[in-house]
Design a protein around this ligand. Sequence first.
Ligand code: SF4
Length: 461
Amino acid sequence: MMGPKQEAQAALFYEFSLEGHVPQDHLLRSIDRFVDLNDIRHYLAEFYSHTGRPSIDPELLIRMLLVGYCFGIRSERRLCEEVHLNLAYRWFCRLDLSDPVPNHSTFSKNRHGRFRESALLRHLFEKTVARCIADGLVSGQHLAADASLIEADANKQNSTPKEDWDRNAIDPNDAPRAVKEYLDVLDDAAFGAASEVEPKFTSHSDPASQWTAARKGPAFFSYSTNYLIDTDHSVIVDVEGTRSIRQAEVGSVRTMLDRIKKQHGIEPERLIADSAYGSGPMLGWLVDRDINPHIPVLDKSGRTDGTWSRADFEWDAENNQYICPEGEPLKQFRRNYSDPNRGPSGKGVAKYQALKHTCQACPSKMKCCPKADTRKITREEHEDARQVARDIAKTKQYAVSMRLRKKVEMLFAHLKRILGLGRLRLRGPNGANDEFLLAATAQNLRKLAKIFPAPQQISKA
Ligand code: SF4
């Protein structure tokens, strides 16, 4: 039998419980148990005036931002609409049905103002990491690092080619916020000072972003988000925004390793990364700190003409010499110098050479040095560390590490596809860092919620 037609009837009174309407297995219920904002008011106290109109509760703004980053709602205007309409979002933000949702313009004032000045977002991220450590998700032994390009909020139409770009022509007093930040970070190793090479184009709206074609497709302006993760449960233990060039990305890993040691006392046994991080200075830096580099060595000594490369020669550390495949020594010095600073060594590079008459009589000369009288080999300053990495690359643990490295890439895929962070909405290095911190916090919270879901209430039959 067909029932009566549904008619909308406005009741005078409702008995309604927001708590009862949010499903027990809703993701936000699980996330809520790991969001600790008890100290936020105390943390921000000095950034508020003692006079004037009462402000919006900062905890409400942070909860709304977390909803936005956890569910891929990137627009602040849309976030306000969603929180207004969605009961679960209201419950998470501690808003009752009749409570008004803050205006989207409130976010800009707080994000660019007191949240940034107080480094609140980093404080929030560090607390989430500390929670992951306390819950046993981070052993801190096997870490992996990688970087991913995130498109900046900048277009080529609004940019200048490098030959016409003149940073001295910018008036700092009349420049937008992102341009002022660009001037502020010119000496910062993660941004302006990362490389002396001028980018092909510089954006007017966000000059600190990097014009890059690293994705092998059309070039665009971008920043890099750099992740340092613990491979046990893919928890992000640190995040850093940089320009999208290798020097800056590699430098950020050093910054992050120093920071997690200071912040959380994490001293990893190994660092896993791809060959972009396998330069001599980086490997030397790691080995000096007793961190095993599970990193492919960046080695340009290989030869393409079929002759033997440096890897075919055995290093004899005890006698400071190489041994060639024919068993002959290649030495740096053929006589003893009383002054160790004398001798034919260049800056940071040592040269090793076989005896001319030995090579001339060698049956393998055509495979070794067909065009030279004798074979010469150079040894860079950090060759010992590179050898440590090469030896590690022969172990079974290294093969395991190369599989674990994919965990960082999976986090980047999640960041872009699920959290929707394919393009930044905020400009400037600070804007990029804020977005990366919030996104990493959201990813860690989702991880905690997935591993420790909220207990389900058993319904009374
Ligand atoms: S050419 Fe000289 S360095 Fe090369 S294998 Fe022969 S002896 Fe050794």
